[in-house]
Design a protein around this ligand. Structure first.
Ligand code: URA
Length: 242
């Protein structure tokens, strides 16, 4: 993936983006052995970059789509010694971290990255991306209750934004209702609290989609790298330039 030279310099900790621009125009920066003075220059992951003749240390950007199982904490370290996300990505040398969180007992799609800018943009309230959850609750849920979720419900931390809710199936034998909820907010335990509010506590919760990403083809407890196209559309979805 290509990025602007000044951004790459800033990400490598050489200088602020503004300062890095000055380095470039002053002719202090070389890309693959050649001085580059144009500010618009884009470089890819493999470019060899030097400032004042010294190579800069670049960390490869990593974007992993992870299918978090239930019973896993969404952190890289747990003081209580429970299983964490880090247990599943031991062979990734970069310092990746989860974007947002899923509860211990929620399974599904979690993004892991070392791209702080993207993580921040994705969790910023002004451009949070849509997240789709599959919800299972005991009993038969009347449509009026689902309508309450559609309109927004009053939780301790305020009204929820209108959600898209689709009834999927009622399982007679098990007396369970399955439905999908799409929200763009990311409050703590939001879906569980919304369901508590309507009197149907969650039995099972799974995030199946986040912005343009889906769990398709990824087994439980497994990861895959995002394609460049997926990274670009994720950035676009949260208002960043690819
Ligand atoms: N909402 C919840 O209640 N839990 C999650 O893990 C994610 C969304």
């Amino acid at each position: 993936m290509e990025e602007r030279l000044q951004k790459v310099l800033a990400q490598a900790g050489v200088a602020s983006r503004r300062e890095a621009e000055k380095y470039i125009t002053a002719g202090r920066v070389k890309v693959n052995g050649r001085v580059v003075k144009e500010l618009g220059t884009k470089v890819d992951d493999r470019a060899f970059i030097q400032v004042d003749g010294r190579p800069i240390r670049r960390e490869r950007k990593v974007y992993l789509l992870f299918y978090k199982p239930r019973g896993v904490v969404t952190t890289m370290k747990d003081p209580e010694g429970r299983r964490t996300v880090a247990d599943y990505v031991r062979d990734v040398p970069e310092r990746i971290f989860p974007v947002g969180r899923l509860d211990y007992n929620t399974e599904g799609l979690l993004l892991l990255t070392n791209d702080g800018e993207l993580a921040q943009a994705m969790t910023h309230p002004s451009h949070e991306v849509n997240k789709t959850y599959e919800v299972t609750v005991p009993g038969i849920v009347p449509e009026e209750k689902l309508d309450m979720l559609r309109m927004g419900v009053k939780l301790e931390d305020g009204m929820t934004a209108p959600a898209t809710v689709n009834l999927m199936q009622y399982d007679h034998d098990k007396n369970l209702t399955h439905f999908q909820v799409v929200i763009h907010e990311g409050r703590n335990r939001q879906v569980r609290r919304m369901c508590d509010y309507i009197g149907f506590p969650v039995r099972y919760l799974k995030r199946v989609k986040m912005g343009p990403l889906t769990l398709q083809g990824v087994g439980r407890g497994r990861c895959r790298d995002l394609s460049d196209g997926e990274v670009a559309s994720l950035k676009k979805a949260c208002g960043l330039h690819a």
